[in-house]
Design a protein around this ligand. Structure first.
Ligand code: NAD
Ligand code: WQD
Length: 336
């Protein structure tokens, strides 16, 4: 297939591009490099022996997208492009709504006008809000507690309406739980700008000596050790979930939300202790008050992904952390 991958130089996009190139698909990436680097492209080439076409453009730029769809006859689009930092979205909500929502609408309009109506969209478990109990399944009510989450929810709702309005669309809305890990080669991985917000990049930067100490946000939750529990999923398993979704798009009617998670919960302290064992590094931490907006426990019911896509996460926590550590220790400054 010839595929357009928006945000394909980012963390999840680059791992998905590797899997798609390995399967022989032809890839065009469009990315504005807001949170990624072209160095990823040569790393992808080293891993796969193949090069995706790269177009440096913004998905909000209608004429750039129009040119792209005129030049290439795409079979489908995987739409990763978006801003993703929850805290930042509270500070600059308009940028998030513009980039994520307006950018997505522009993309969907250009797709429709060129008759490309197969889409895999990067949604998030954040759309389950704070009022559902885990395991979270796709029939549960959705809500959002911050502008980033609102953008994912708005885009999902746009896609449900779009699919209702025109039966030619086939859309998989993949709701990711907590992606971590890196490619086994240690050549590509997560490369956050500035101080990381998410747990794993923070822990790995403490382990490599770039940050002095982890702050654990609360040890008084109703969980096995009092720290927050999440469903961490290896980014390569996540990438393979996209491959399966793409292969099953013809069997999807309308717009289908699909959880991509392992179904297992792991606490912050379990992450810290496993990271310590695997890396052999000390991970000093302080327990600090809960982070506003966090909830105790989040993990997936992944039955729809299992049954509809024939997909299941295979990589365990040890592999997630070994691969994170290989990436971080081989590339202490990311792609710089
Ligand atoms: P990332 O920031 O590494 O990748 C996103 C890519 O999109 C970047 O390369 C960035 O430069 C590009 N981009 C952003 N705005 C763009 C625009 N207007 N035009 C063109 N390119 C643009 O993030 P990621 O972790 O790979 O996430 C990919 C997608 O998955 C995002 O939509 C994110 O919201 C979603 N998601 C991520 C997580 C997570 O924890 N990483 C969890 C759930 C959902
Ligand atoms: C995990 C656990 C924290 C950092 C976020 C987004 C979500 C999705 C994935 C995009 C929690 C604890 C964290 C730290 C800590 N992204 N923690 N110290 O909050 O589950 O999800 O990323 O869609 O929308 O909200 O992930 O990695 O930030 O936190 O103790 O320095 O680690 O309290 O229990 P989260 P996270």
């Amino acid at each position: 297939m010839k595929l357009l991958i928006t945000g394909g130089t980012g963390y999840i996009g680059s791992h998905t591009v590797v899997e798609l190139l390995n399967l022989g698909h032809t890839i065009v990436i469009v990315d504005n490099l807001a949170n990624s680097s072209t160095e990823v492209l040569s790393r992808i080439e080293t891993i796969t022996g193949k090069s995706p076409t790269f177009v440096h453009a913004d998905i909000c730029d209608r004429s750039a997208l129009d040119c792209l769809f005129t030049e290439h006859r795409f079979d489908a689009v995987i739409h990763f492009a978006g801003l993703k930092a929850v805290g930042e979205s509270n500070d600059i909500p308009l940028s998030y709504y513009h980039n994520n929502v307006s950018g997505s609408i522009t993309l969907f309009e250009v797709m429709a006008s060129h008759g490309v109506k197969k889409l895999v969209f990067s949604s998030s478990a954040t759309v389950y809000g704070e009022n559902n109990c885990s395991p979270l399944d796709e029939s549960m009510p959705t809500s959002a507690t911050n502008p980033y989450g609102q953008t994912k929810l708005m885009i999902e709702n746009i896609l449900f309406d779009l699919a209702k309005s025109d039966a030619d669309w086939s859309i998989a809305c993949l709701r990711y739980f907590n992606p971590i890990g890196a490619h086994q080669s240690g050549l590509i991985g997560e490369n956050p700008n500035g101080i990381p917000n998410n747990l794993l990049p923070y822990v790995s930067q403490v382990a490599v000596g770039k940050l002095p100490k982890l702050q654990i946000f609360g040890d008084d939750y109703d969980t096995q050790d009092g720290t927050g529990v999440r469903d961490y999923i290896h980014v390569v398993d996540l990438a393979l979930g996209h491959v399966k979704a793409l292969e099953q798009l013809d069997n999807i009617d309308g717009c289908q939300p699909i959880n991509l998670g392992t179904g297992n919960g792991t606490s912050v302290l379990e992450i810290v202790n496993t990271f310590k064992d695997i890396s052999g590094q000390d991970i000093p931490y302080d327990i600090v008050p809960r982070r506003v907006g966090d909830i105790a426990t989040v993990f997936a019911d992944a039955s729809i992904a299992n049954n509809l896509l024939g997909w299941q996460a295979k990589r365990d926590l040890a592999m997630m952390i070994e691969d994170t550590w290989r990436w971080q220790s081989n590339n202490p400054n990311g792609f710089a």
